[in-house]
Design a binder for this molecule. Structure first.
Ligand SMILES: Cc1cc2nc3c(=O)[nH]c(=O)nc-3n(C[C@H](O)[C@H](O)[C@H](O)COP(=O)(O)OP(=O)(O)OC[C@H]3O[C@@H](n4cnc5c(N)ncnc54)[C@H](O)[C@@H]3O)c2cc1C
Length: 299
């Protein structure tokens, strides 16, 4: 691909290894890795890609993606520059840039006595990724997803035009949204007031519960599969009951701690992970007649 050198002043790397930018530590090179310095530069990239019919992938923290070993033959856009990391609090409304980190956002809201995002404690990644994925806590009614608090978004469409999407135009589901054709630039979140100390102790409680069950320190991308709807077992429970915890393919392993996590144990390839994925899907289908759906995005 012929990416014009002077298109943007922001960082551009040809052949950047995407494994450096994913929590799985897996993934081949991107033809182009681009970090626009601001919205104008982002628009230039989007318009160029549209005119040249080059595929684009927006990566946030890379904590929910599995990149193929062949890499991505297109432009990977990373909103890592300061222009995309703004944060503004006005009363109980928070406006957060897409590149702002979710852990930092949760901490800030707790400090400021703003309640709502405690279910997101311990979830890595960025605001853009969290909104796109509707990230959040588990299925219990106690836990919330970020979409519950989004009142509006500033996005860029695939022509490079900026649009404001109000709440009624947004649709959030279980780890999904209707935003896949947009680049999220910033999100407005409506929170409520609560004592900072109460929020902090709730976060500590949630973090402990999460840490007891999940692998927070290994190289993974969180839960690999969604839980089935209206079924007596979670996906993790099914995989566990099938005795698949600890199962290895190459460098990838079904976590011994949480069966719905696959960890990169030793220089795993994307193929290793996908072999485990296929094996788990087959076993669950054969034994429970359930077709598992991936939660992670394979790029
Ligand atoms: C240890 C661990 C624990 C986790 N626990 C949880 C959990 O409890 N609950 C949960 O929901 N998730 C969890 N996850 C998964 C993941 O952290 C979340 O889905 C997170 O919100 C993804 O954010 P990201 O910035 O890393 O997005 P990425 O992984 O970079 O991208 C995810 C998707 O969002 C899109 N995207 C990213 N930024 C933008 C943007 N600006 N505009 C448009 N699209 C964009 C990407 O194109 C991709 O389709 C966990 C992951 C790990 C590694």
């Amino acid at each position: 691909m012929n990416f014009p050198k002077d298109l943007i002043k922001g960082n551009v790397v040809l052949g950047e290894k995407l494994g450096r930018h994913t929590s799985f530590r897996i993934g081949g090179p991107a033809a182009v890795w681009a970090q626009p310095r601001d919205v104008k530069e982002l628009k230039r990239i989007v318009v160029f890609a549209q005119e040249e019919r080059i595929p684009v992938f927006v990566i946030g923290g890379g904590t929910n993606v599995l990149v193929r070993d062949e890499g991505f033959n297109g432009i990977v856009i990373h909103l890592g520059s300061s222009a995309f990391k703004n944060i503004r609090i006005s009363g109980t409304t928070v406006r957060a840039g897409a590149g702002y980190g979710v852990p930092a956002l949760v901490r800030l809201c707790c400090d400021k006595g703003l309640s709502g995002l405690e279910s997101l404690v311990g979830i890595p990644g960025t605001v853009g990724g969290a909104v796109c994925m509707n990230a959040g806590g588990w299925s219990s009614p106690l836990y919330r997803n970020i979409g519950d608090y989004v009142t509006g978004l500033k996005v860029m469409d695939n022509k490079g035009d900026i649009r404001t999407l109000r709440k009624r135009a947004l649709s959030f589901g279980y780890r999904c949204s209707n935003l896949s054709s947009y680049i999220i630039l910033e999100a407005d979140l409506k929170l409520s007031q609560e004592e900072s100390s109460a929020l902090k102790s709730r976060c500590l409680k949630f973090l402990k519960m999460k840490g007891d069950k999940q692998v927070l320190d290994g190289s993974s991308a969180g839960c690999v599969f969604k839980n089935p709807k209206d079924f007596q077992f979670t996906t993790g429970q099914m995989i566990d009951m099938l005795g698949l915890k600890g199962r290895v393919m190459g460098g990838a392993q079904v976590s011994r701690k949480h069966a719905n996590f696959i960890v990169n144990r030793d220089r795993a390839s994307c193929k290793d992970v996908l072999k485990l994925v296929d094996m788990i899907k087959k076993e669950v289908m054969d034994n429970y007649n359930i077709s598992l759906e991936l939660e992670i995005k394979v790029v």
